[in-house]
Design a protein around this ligand. Structure first.
Ligand code: SIN
Length: 483
């Protein structure tokens, strides 16, 4: 790993019950910017994943029984260590995932922000008293941790997606086992090392690594000691994992795919809309679930918006995320590039026009040109599937009603964005969009204080915010009689 100030953060073994689990069988993690092997990481078998769940189960009673303030202090120590090592965590993240270093460091701060947030929320897990039906009864509600939580997290946010789940689980008093994506396990392992240094007890936070997602996923979803499973990833995989959890009637939360509309109305501030779109669309080279995926532009402002957007896209710089000034890193894999290229080719064959970009750069296949497509329509595959690449498909529309109808015409419901100034329109559109999160004159909506999550086939449950603990708690009703 290049340039770490603290090379001991470059861990390559699974982390179970407070120990590093060194396995003979290994898998390689490569830097997408140059294809070079960064590390050979331990491959966990199903048996080792079971060991991790058992360790989490053993650690649970003591962790759950700790006073909330103690759990909060340990989480706060973890947060501080993540921020103290932000530069190194960013370097690890850029090298295994590809995003530019400034963005990677931003993700580390975003992830650490959840740890800080839930350190605070741990102390605010309040219950209720309820007026009873008769004088001799008292009705009380307490909240208790669900137990062992397991998680599968994606490669696009190797730090923040773990932090957002783990911090809530640990704050609630649950113990946690995560399988990070096999493309990006190094950020997770560095986080485990910092959790260890923070004093989080053995078995409370475990990381199992491996490429056999099916075998590992089976244990994480079906093991009888697991009480809750949480996943961030594609809708297709999410559906299969929900089905696996059904047998054990496990509590489940899912952050699945998106197909975010980004609507520019004719009363919008066009410069602000361009800025918001660049922030939303090109974050992580377009590889986020909340990226603007379909850009609806009202007819009257279409030419001017398209011109301003073209100039802004020309300012973007594609390259190795470690190089100064780079704003778009490589895509994660050749198959990801193939999918993006196929969506562009299909759109062009159905009448769309490439206004800029449209292919890989001469730096290599994974470095894809930021691309603007005009004359797209909502029925084309590029408008119905998650692109997961730096491509902006623009779709013209005429009326507000049509924009809402087009925006909702998808099976997904994660994030949506719109730019408008008319206050009546702002309310009508905000209420009319079938999405869990709506950015109004804003392209960057994610932060620890906000409830992140979707509707429809984008999943269920909320992460972050005061609602983020709910998925890790049981509500217990106590009825006291004979008073
Ligand atoms: C995602 O792409 O799933 C996460 C994006 C975010 O947290 O903003």
């Amino acid at each position: 790993m290049l340039g770490l100030m603290d090379p001991t953060l470059a861990k390559v073994d699974a982390f179970v019950d407070g120990q590093w689990l060194n396995r003979d069988k290994r898998f390689s993690v490569r830097n997408p910017a140059n294809g070079k092997v960064l590390a050979d990481v331990s491959e966990c078998s199903a048996e080792e994943v079971k060991m991790a769940v058992d360790a989490a189960h053993r650690a649970f009673p003591e962790w759950a029984a700790k006073p909330a303030a103690e759990r909060a202090n340990l989480l706060y120590a973890w947060y501080k260590l993540m921020m103290n090592h932000q530069e190194d965590l960013g370097l690890i993240l850029t090298q295994e995932q590809g995003k530019p270093l400034a963005e990677a460091k931003g993700e580390v701060a975003y992830g650490a922000g959840f740890v800080q947030w839930f350190a605070e929320e741990a102390k605010r897990i309040y219950g209720d008293t309820i007026p009873g039906p008769s004088n001799d009864k008292r009705l009380v509600v307490i909240k208790q941790p669900v137990g062992v939580v397991t998680a599968i997290t994606p490669w696009n946010f190797p730090n923040a997606m773990i932090a957002r789940k783990a911090a809530a689980a640990l704050a609630a008093g649950c113990t946690f086992v995560v399988k990070p994506a096999s493309e990006t396990p190094l950020s997770a392992l560095a986080m485990a090392e910092l959790a260890r240094r923070a004093g989080i007890p053995p078995g409370v936070f475990n990381v199992v690594t491996g490429k056999d997602a099916k075998a590992i996923g089976k244990v994480l979803t079906e093991h009888p000691l697991v009480r809750k499973f949480t996943f961030t990833g594609s809708t297709g995989v999410g559906k299969a994992l929900i089905a696996q959890c059904a047998g054990g009637v496990k509590k489940v939360s899912m952050e699945l795919g998106g197909n975010a509309p980004f609507i520019v109305f004719d009363d919008a501030d066009l410069d602000a809309a361009v800025k918001g779109l660049i922030a939303s669309k090109f974050r992580n080279a377009g590889q986020t679930c909340v990226c603007a995926n379909r850009i609806f532009v009202q007819q009257g402002v279409y030419p001017e918006f398209s011109e301003k957007l073209t100039s802004a896209i020309k300012e973007l710089k594609v390259g190795n995320g470690l190089d100064e000034g780079v704003t778009i890193g490589p895509l994660i894999s050749e198959s990801a590039v193939d999918k993006v290229q196929e969506l562009i080719n299909e759109s062009v064959s159905q009448g769309a026009r490439i206004l800029i970009g449209g292919k890989s750069t001469d730096m290599g296949k994974l470095f894809f040109e930021p691309t603007l497509l005009g004359l797209v329509s909502n029925h084309m595959p590029i408008a119905q599937e998650e692109i997961f690449g730096p491509v902006v498909p623009m779709i013209p529309f005429v009326t507000e009603k049509e924009a809402i109808q087009l925006a909702n015409d998808t099976e997904f419901g994660l994030a949506a964005y719109f730019y408008a100034r008319d206050i009546g329109r702002v309310w009508r559109v905000a209420e009319g969009l079938d999405y869990g999160m709506v950015g109004i004159n804003e392209g960057a909506i994610s932060n620890p204080a906000a409830p992140f999550g979707g509707m429809k086939q984008s999943g269920f449950g909320r992460e972050g915010s005061k609602y983020g603990l709910d998925d890790y708690m049981e509500i217990k009703y106590l009825c006291m009689g004979g008073i």
